[in-house]
Every structure is written in structure tokens, then in C-alpha cells.
Design a protein around this ligand. Structure first.
Ligand code: GMT
Length: 384
């Protein structure tokens, strides 16, 4: 436990969603990075995070169980999470609580904090806002008062882009300062993990490989992905790899059938081999309606894959017009298709964009971003 002076090795509890969403990925990668810096990291969530491989002496996982009881129409996850937080923080003498995604994590975290104060334990809470917790779900009148409250009660609040910070200040009555700490990638991990792209598994040598990765929710505009690819393959031999799963997958598969391109589109489902897939990709499509940051675009860029995206939210902070790819207005499929074709049609142009994508991605290298979180943890420790 922190007793008034800055300690070197921190014990950090991380709360996140363990699924394929970007917030869980960022939280997991952050935890792994902190553990490699010899901090002790405790993930507290309802399932082992998908990107968390083998546990190590510095990484612990604590599962939140919500017992089913027939009286409850909704099982009280927040209650179970805050109780688990109290127990874990006490048992492992945690120094810092870092919650990713405001709903319901910041709320449960605040309750845990208050319960611990009753026992004379003061723990600072850092809340990281990721996007839909602010722009889509959190903004709903049913949640808004609780989200506003828990953001204001956090000791430190961060957002993953300038755009998300501005959205948060516009949509909520926020009294706290919001620090922008962008998402990050570990470029070194990519360099060393594999060398053989096995491109021939997916396409013939004359075909370009176009890729989309997401959770296939309506906000990702999956039908735009299919329409853009439809236009591309009319001009250039190409395959489309669709990675991920969600409600828009079925309609997209149906659309590919109707357009007569089903043999050129491969739906791979959820995958833990994102880097392998991106290694043989030539272009990444992200036409989202909203996107606070666009981690999937950054993951593409570090693998030297240029990005055709919308200009929604924080994407322009990551994908740079004419350098790492192109950006168009949301729904402007025609412009996105033309820009995609302009990148793919000549090898030398594609090469230039591949280099541009990688160079831009390096601005978000883990070595530049993790120290920002560590500095904020140290500030937070001084606050309690
Ligand atoms: O919508 C998603 O793709 C998942 C969502 C999440 O909360 O897991 O992603 C949000 O957080 C990511 C990580 O910070 C950002 O890269 C995504 O842009 C953001 N999604 C939206 O804003 C729609």
C-alpha cells in the first residue's frame, strides 16, 4: 500500500473488458508492458482477457463471479466487481486502481474506493475513457448521471485522443482535467514474432489483399467495407479478409453473395493472430461512423498496411491524409473506393504508403506512451 512516498515497484489493479474490443486490448497490453517493467499487475475482470497469454510472476488474474439468483432479472455485476476490488486490493496491498471504460468500471471502482476508506485504506483511481463509453452508451440519459459522477470522482482521468476529450467535455458536465494519453503499439514485438507472412495461403501473387478487423457492430459500417471492396475488385484483382465477429457479419455475408463476390471475401471470425493477418495485407479499411481512436488502424499501420478510413472522431489523429492512407467523410464510399484504388494500383505507390503508415505508427510506440501512464500513476499516488 502507498504510505506517502513514491515507491519504485507499483502494484497496479487493472479493470477492463476481457473481450476483443479495443479498450480491453489496450488495457491488457498496458498491463503486460508494466509487468515487464517489474511492476506487479492484477487484472480484475469476468474472464481472462483475450490478449493475455500465459500469466507470469508479475501478472495475476482475478475472476469476478456473479452468482445467478432467480430473483434478479439483471445479475448485479457492478456489486460483484466492487466487492472483488475491495478484497483484491486489501489482499495484495494494491497501490493504484486503473479502470478502462467508464461503464460500469469507474462506478464500481469508486464504490470500492469508498468502502476501503472505511477501513483506512486510500487508493487512487485512474479512469481511462475509450470511446463508446462516452459517445454512444454513456451518453444515454439512463447512464449519464452515473457516468458523469464517476468520471468526476476519479483521481485522474485520461482519454485516448484529443477528439474523445472534446466529446467528453461537450457531452458531460466534467469538473476534472482530462489528460490525453493516446493508445500505443509495441513495434518490437512485431519485428521479432515471425518472419514468414505465408501470403500464398490467402491470395494468388497478382491479387492485392484488403483487410477489415472489428467487432462488426453497426458503428463500424460493415456494408461500406463490402461496397468499397466491390469497387476495388472491379479494377484490381483482390481478396477481402473480414476478421472479427458481431451482429453485422451475417448481413455482410449475405451482401457479398448478392454482389457475386463471395468467393473473393473470406470471413475469418475472431482471431488472436492479427499480426499474421496484417503481415500479408496491402490495405486496411475502417469506414466507421464513430471511432475515438481506431486502434485497429494503428495495428495495421505498424504492420506497414496503409489505411482507408472515415474522418470520424480521433481517426485523423492516427491516420494521416496522403501519408499513411486517406480519410473521407463518413459514408462517402465512392471517395474511399477511388482512394483505395489509387494506393493499390501501382507497386511503387503502395510501397510509399506502406513506409508512411509504419513511420506514423512509430509515433505511438509503447516506449513513448507507457511512461506517460507511469507519470500519471505517480501523480495519483501523491493525491491520496
Ligand atoms: O468500438 C470498438 O471498437 C470497441 C471499443 C472498446 O471500448 O473496446 O473501442 C473503443 O476503444 C478503442 C481503444 O481505445 C478505440 O481504439 C476505438 O476507437 C473505440 N471505439 C469507438 O469509439 C467506436
Amino acid at each position: 500500500m502507498y504510505h506517502g512516498k513514491i515507491i519504485k515497484r507499483m502494484k497496479i489493479a487493472i479493470v477492463c473488458y476481457p473481450t476483443f474490443g479495443g479498450s480491453g486490448v489496450v488495457a491488457t497490453e498496458l498491463g503486460i508492458a508494466l509487468s515487464k517493467l517489474n511492476h506487479e499487475v492484477h487484472f480484475i475482470t469476468y474472464k481472462q482477457p483475450v490478449r493475455l497469454g500465459l500469466l507470469s510472476p508479475n501478472i495475476h488474474f482475478h475472476e469476478v463471479n456473479v452468482p445467478e439468483y432467480p430473483l434478479f432479472h439483471y445479475q448485479p455485476y457492478e456489486l460483484a466487481l466492487s466487492s472483488k476490488l475491495v478484497d483484491t486490493i486489501k489482499k495484495y496491498e494494491i497501490d493504484i486502481l486503473h479502470v478502462h471504460y467508464a461503464i460500469p468500471h469507474a462506478y464500481a471502482g469508486y464504490m470500492a474506493k469508498k468502502m476501503l476508506v472505511e477501513e483506512g485504506i486510500h487508493i487512487p483511481m485512474v479512469t481511462t475513457l475509450h470511446g463508446t463509453d462516452i459517445t454512444l452508451v454513456g451518453n444515454h440519459p439512463f447512464y449519464k448521471p452515473a457516468v458523469t459522477f464517476s468520471i468526476n470522482k476519479s483521481d485522474i482521468v485520461t482519454s485516448v485522443s484529443q477528439s474523445l476529450k472534446e466529446d467528453t467535455l461537450r457531452l458531460f458536465d466534467i469538473k476534472k482535467e482530462i489528460k490525453v494519453v493516446p493508445n500505443f503499439i509495441d513495434a518490437n514485438l512485431r519485428k521479432t514474432s515471425f518472419t514468414d507472412c505465408q501470403r500464398e495461403l490467402m491470395a494468388t501473387p497478382d491479387e492485392r489483399i484488403v483487410t477489415h478487423i472489428s467487432n462488426f457492430r453497426p458503428v463500424k459500417r460493415i456494408t461500406d467495407v463490402v461496397d468499397i471492396f466491390y469497387n476495388i475488385q472491379k479494377e484490381i484483382p483482390a481478396k477481402l479478409l473480414m476478421v472479427g465477429d458481431g451482429p453485422e457479419r451475417e448481413p455482410a455475408e449475405q451482401k457479398c453473395k448478392e454482389l457475386g463476390i463471395k468467393d473473393k471475401v473470406i470471413f475469418l471470425g475472431n482471431s488472436n493472430e492479427i499480426d499474421k493477418i496484417l503481415c500479408f495485407s496491402d490495405l486496411f479499411l475502417l469506414p466507421s461512423e464513430r471511432e475515438s481512436f481506431g486502434l485497429a488502424a494503428l495495428e495495421a499501420m505498424v504492420n506497414k498496411v496503409p489505411v482507408i478510413s472515415s474522418n470520424a472522431g480521433g481517426i485523423p489523429e492516427v491516420n494521416i491524409q496522403g501519408i499513411s492512407g486517406y480519410l473521407s467523410d463518413v459514408g462517402d464510399v465512392k471517395d474511399m473506393s477511388e482512394k483505395a484504388i489509387s494506393i493499390l494500383k501501382e507497386d511503387y505507390i503502395l510501397e510509399k504508403f506502406k513506409e508512411g503508415a509504419f513511420n506514423e505508427a512509430m509515433k505511438f510506440d509503447i516506449d513513448k506512451i507507457v511512461p506517460l501512464y507511469l507519470a500519471l500513476y505517480e501523480n495519483a499516488l501523491e493525491m491520496v
